[in-house]
Write a protein that binds this ligand. Structure first.
Ligand code: NAD
Length: 491
């Protein structure tokens, strides 16, 4: 059996994520030949549809993604989609899914390779995974059985552990693919290439030469239609525990023995283990939170639809992370993320230490002191990186100024860059867990984040505390100012 021979069982097949991301990504893989003649997908959800109606749903999703869906190739792709209406809480009905899976497996010679994709609300992850096993949906003829699950993975360590214990009854850790779509992004995957492919970076990648590292995930939109979900979660759980912790672990980890998922996981887990879990006093000083106020006609967070008027949910968080290990002791990682900020972008700024002696600075001459070298990794919207160095300018006298060596992926190439979900689905087909979160990573992240949450829950925040389309509350600025630093990106 090759990776191309796979049968998908898509739970939540009529949902937003499946339509917006998963079907267009599968179509791209199909067009590139990654999914071969043995590909078949059985969709299931509560909606009452027959196969043809379901194919139409998928077709519309391709059209929506800008594909020409009237071609022979598209028709061929769509002919591989089948549908069964099913309530996932109804145990008895799993036999219908099982029989249909077996039939389609035979018809398409999928060799018993099964990918179970849970694109539905998290409360169903545990029970569905359980029924997949107990009701005999896994193949037993030597093919692979893989489970793909969406975020969020729990809402604290306890619930994540409970969920993981449930999943473990049906799937081994190496069969579970926990999606973190940031890990599918071009420049996040490039962190390892930049670090371990370049002596000029990796030899300086430690506390002797790096002053601090800053990670910013900024969103311009407010909560929009997802307020019900978001108000139960907040920025710390929704963004820090998963995406930011994953990015930070890639920045902080030691060099893996080989470029293999198991070796990479080992190093990420080691990094997260050395992240200092704060006590009450440290959590209170090293993390700050925010909630956006009103702006013109736009309501403040507490007046958004579906948000309680007294909500203390944070729409912004900034924090300082400390790794207690030889490489990083003394070099903080500052992180921030929030809604209704000055723009929609993700970037990483690695700030190097200034030369110990600035021989160009003559106090009486008014020369500007040297700037720090900064490596900025632009993750989105544009992908690339830039290294800020000091050079002499060509004016009379001798003055230095910062110049940038910049590499940006141009538009033509970025149009060809696969979408995160396309890469991640391809990885699932290959059985490569590099770009997914392992249970240990999830567990350490929650233990860190839980401590912040616990401390926050002890006191009433003074919300709202930031103006929309700024870079968050003043306390985010003060967090670095206290350490005699500033955010590289500021307004
Ligand atoms: P959705 O609400 O749009 O879709 C849910 C799907 O589940 C629908 O097909 C619905 O029919 C089905 N469903 C609900 N209850 C069911 C039941 N009892 N039995 C059978 N089917 C049932 O959700 P979504 O936005 O597509 O999200 C799916 C998952 O992806 C969630 O875990 C979410 O957190 C995650 N996620 C979504 C996005 C996104 O952009 N939409 C982004 C990241 C993660």
């Amino acid at each position: 059996a090759t990776e191309r021979d796979a049968e998908f069982l898509m739970f939540g097949a009529t949902g937003d994520l499946a339509k917006r991301k998963l079907y267009p990504s599968l179509y791209n893989l199909y067009q590139k030949g990654t999914l071969g003649t043995h590909f078949v997908l059985l969709g299931t959800s509560r909606a009452k549809l027959n196969d043809d109606e379901f194919r139409d749903v998928v077709k519309q999703s391709l059209v929506h993604a800008g594909e020409k869906a009237d071609t022979k190739e598209a028709a061929e792709f769509l002919s591989r989609f089948y549908y069964v209406q099913h309530d996932v809480t109804d145990k008895a009905h799993y036999s219908v899914l099982r029989d249909r899976l077996n039939e389609l497996d035979k018809k398409y010679k999928a060799n018993g390779n099964r990918i179970f994709y849970l694109s539905m609300a998290p409360q169903f992850f545990g029970p569905v995974a359980g029924y997949i096993k107990t009701e005999g949906l896994q193949s037993t003829n030597g093919g692979f059985n893989r489970l793909v699950i969406e975020k969020p993975f729990g809402r604290d360590f306890e619930s994540a552990k409970k969920l993981n214990d449930e999943l473990s009854k049906s799937f081994d850790e190496n069969q579970i693919f926990r999606i973190d779509h940031y890990l599918g992004k071009e420049m996040i995957q490039n962190i390892m290439a930049l670090r371990f492919g370049n002596t000029v970076l990796e030899s300086l990648w430690n506390n002797r030469y790096i002053d601090n590292i800053q990670v910013t995930l900024a969103e311009k939109l407010g909560v929009e239609e997802r307020a019900g979900y978001y108000d139960n979660s907040g920025a710390l759980r929704d963004m820090v525990q998963n995406h930011i912790m994953q990015i930070v672990s890639l920045l902080a980890m030691e060099q893996p023995v080989a470029f293999l998922d198991s070796d990479i996981r080992t190093e990420k887990v080691k990094a997260l283990r050395s992240l200092r879990v704060y006590d009450v006093a440290e959590a209170a000083t090293n993390f700050i939170r925010g909630q956006y106020g009103s702006y013109g006609d736009e309501p403040d967070y507490r007046h958004e639809d579906d948000v309680p008027r007294d909500s203390n949910t944070e729409t912004f968080v900034a924090g300082k992370l400390l790794f207690d290990n030889y490489r990083w002791s003394g070099t903080p990682f500052y992180i921030r993320t929030g809604k209704k900020l000055a723009g929609k972008f993700t970037r990483i700024d690695v700030v190097f230490k200034k030369p110990l002696v600035d021989i160009f600075a003559f106090p009486q001459s008014g020369e500007k002191p040297l700037s720090a070298n900064v490596l900025t990794i632009f993750v989105e919207p544009n992908a690339g990186f830039s290294l800020q160095l000091n050079a002499k300018n060509n004016e009379p006298g001798f003055q230095t100024e910062p110049v940038n060596l910049t590499y940006m992926i141009d538009q033509a190439h970025s149009d060809q860059t696969p979408e995160p979900y396309e890469r991640l689905l391809h990885d699932v087909l290959k059985g490569d867990g590099t770009n997914f979160s392992s249970w240990s990573e999830v567990a350490y992240s929650w233990k860190f984040v839980d401590q912040i949450r616990r401390v926050w829950d002890l006191s009433e925040p003074d919300f709202p505390n930031y103006t929309p389309y700024s870079m968050g509350p003043a306390s985010a600025h003060e967090l670095l100012e206290r350490d005699h630093r500033e955010w590289v990106y500021h307004l």
